[in-house]
Design a protein around this ligand. Structure first.
Ligand code: COA
Length: 377
């Protein structure tokens, strides 16, 4: 059968819904949350303020932000049973697989998980934003044979995550750049995981199930998994002076270079500029600029050889590495930020819901005669 003229592989440029949350100008390289440019938000807003913006589609007043932040903090602790069951998981599984299980467990121990209505959905979304940080940090501790660190209520979301991860007072520079990194990753229109979350919740399932679907989608190497693979590539390259030749060879072998290319951006991802700067701040302070320099050589080489620009994943890897964060935690950290966008889109979907059910062009055979089992060759 002929393919429909409207069909586009990978749904490229297909508009699959309307949204007030996020706008991307792929040609100009602009990213906007609810009318505010990401560059402005990265400069001025905290992650908590950004979450409020995404949920309510407007900036909070000072009083509203204080109330919102304090409610988020109050949700940080997770049920002991969740941590207990997580301790039974095989230690070698990928942290994204552990996160997928942990979110499902959080849903199982939330007696309000099936509540409906905007207020209940917002409250569950806030719980998810707060608790995902706790379970990601807890898994890092558990898999290293350590006890999870209880959240602190006096720290920001970013600072508390670093505290739970390392069990020490977060370095103020690290807490600040991490907060900005969370804001930068908070939302990105109908990316694969957000779309998956919207499709799932549109069946009127619960929010934990929708977020579980989004986590499974983010885990793939073409989506959230790319940041981890950038760092693995840099480790394989080993030294700044090897980078150019390594990249040229990889491109000659038609290999994809992680951290480059994007379905929507046709220029450098605006988040990559900011992350490059944050990465430079962290690297300079630590006196470890090797990875940053290597990333810059890789960026130049890929642009020269293939005309491809960096995406959000290129500079985050080297920054997290210098901060002492394990490579396979980069994708869960992406989830730690993107949970805000996922739940904002879920809230938007539920506010005006219709089940998402597209069609497929059938390309298989037709009108075959059924052959009885014992007569088949
Ligand atoms: N390295 C090398 N070549 C790349 C590339 C990369 N990172 N990204 C795209 N290309 C090339 C493709 O090989 C293809 O070339 P061809 O036309 O000669 O076959 C062309 O650019 C189009 O790429 P395609 O994979 O069809 O684009 P897409 O829109 O389907 O995919 C991505 C977008 C992001 C999945 C893709 O660019 C990619 O795989 N990037 C690496 C993973 C990554 O960093 N993901 C994070 C996204 S934020």
């Amino acid at each position: 059968m002929a393919t429909s003229p409207t069909f586009k592989a990978g749904l490229e440029d297909v508009v699959a819904g309307t949204s007030d949350i996020c706008f991307i100008d792929g040609r100009e390289g602009r990213l906007v949350y609810c009318g505010y440019d990401i560059t402005e938000l990265a400069k001025h807003a905290t992650f908590e303020e950004t979450v409020f913006l995404l949920f309510h589609k407007r900036l909070p007043t000072k009083v509203e932000l204080e109330a919102f932040d304090s409610k988020l903090r109050s949700f940080r602790a997770v049920p002991g049973q969740v941590l207990q069951i997580m301790k039974e998981l095989p230690r070698e599984i990928h942290p994204m697989a552990a996160l997928r299980t942990a979110v499902s467990l959080l849903g199982n121990f939330d007696t309000d998980a099936e509540r409906t209505g905007r207020d209940a959905y917002v409250e569950t979304s806030m719980r998810l934003v707060a608790q995902i940080a706790t379970v990601i940090a807890a898994w890092e501790r558990i898999r290293n044979g350590q006890e999870p660190v209880a959240p602190r209520l006096d720290l920001s979301h970013a600072g508390n995550f670093l505290y739970m991860l390392f069990e020490r007072e977060p370095d103020p520079l690290h807490a600040k750049v991490f907060d900005v990194a969370l804001t930068l990753h908070a939302d990105h229109e109908l990316n694969a995981s957000t779309f998956s979350g919207r499709v799932t919740v549109a069946t009127l399932t619960d929010l934990y199930s929708a977020v579980g679907a989004a986590i499974g989608t983010l885990k793939g190497s073409l989506h959230g998994g790319a940041n981890e693979n950038v760092m693995k590539m840099e480790m394989e390259i080993g030294a700044v002076e090897n980078a150019e030749a390594w990249i040229k060879q990889a491109l000659a072998e038609k290999r994809k270079i992680m951290g480059f290319g994007h379905r929507v951006y046709k220029t450098k991802d605006p988040r990559a500029f900011i992350l490059e700067d944050l990465s430079a701040q962290v690297a300079t302070r630590a006196g470890t600029t090797k990875w940053l320099e290597m990333t810059r050589v890789i960026e130049r080489t890929v642009l020269m050889e293939k005309g491809l620009y960096p995406n959000v994943d290129l500079y985050s890897g080297s920054m997290y590495h210098v901060m002492g964060i394990a490579t396979d935690l980069y994708t869960p950290i992406f989830a730690l930020a993107r949970i805000s966008g996922w739940t904002a889109h879920i809230l938007e979907q539920l506010a005006n819901n219709r089940i998402i059910r597209p069609r497929a062009d059938y390309t298989g055979p037709e009108k075959l005669d059924y052959v009885p089992l014992d007569q088949r060759m």
